[in-house]
Design a protein around this ligand. Structure first.
Ligand SMILES: [Zn+2]
Length: 157
């Protein structure tokens, strides 16, 4: 569990940005945890709290579709035999009067074999074209690494 707390606290220091996403991927043996944060503006056309029922519905739909897009976003080489589970998305508000928001997607991963880099892809940039970069942190066993993904680079190497 310690691993996951390290991830979450690293996330909290990210600066407010509309074109930068962040992802954390941690593995302790064959069990892993994935976390992706994307500025709301890359997904939906407003980032304040929903003000009416139409916006509420739009937001719910976006949250659901982010959860459903997980298998398109996190690609682990099939030789590792990984299953994704418990994927969920939510919206986190911050800033003055909750003026900024980020979508957060989390999932648990169970593999037959501990995945190794670079056979892991995070394809969030093709799903969300408004994003320019994704900062990725991986912790696999005791090895911690950081990457910056751009539209032309979706592999962790
Ligand atoms: Zn904002």
């Amino acid at each position: 569990m310690t691993l996951f707390f390290v991830c979450l606290s690293a996330q909290a220091h990210k600066a407010h940005s509309h074109n930068l996403g962040s992802a954390n991927l941690a593995f302790d043996g064959v069990k892993g945890f994935f976390e992706l944060e994307i500025p709301a503006t890359a997904i939906i056309d407003f980032e304040h709290k929903p003000k009416n029922s139409i916006q509420k519905m739009k937001l719910q739909k976006s949250i659901q579709s982010l959860t459903e897009s997980l298998p398109k976003i996190l690609i682990l080489d099939e030789t590792f035999g990984c299953q994704l589970s418990n994927s969920q998305s939510s919206v986190i508000y911050s800033g003055k009067n909750d003026s900024h928001s980020e979508f957060k997607l989390t999932a648990e991963i169970q593999c037959l074999q501990t995945p190794t880099l670079p056979k892991i892809k995070i394809k969030a940039l093709s799903e969300f074209p408004k994003l320019e970069k994704i900062q990725v942190q991986t912790i696999i066993g005791t090895q911690q690494k950081s990457f910056v993904l751009t539209p032309s680079k979706d592999t962790l190497n």
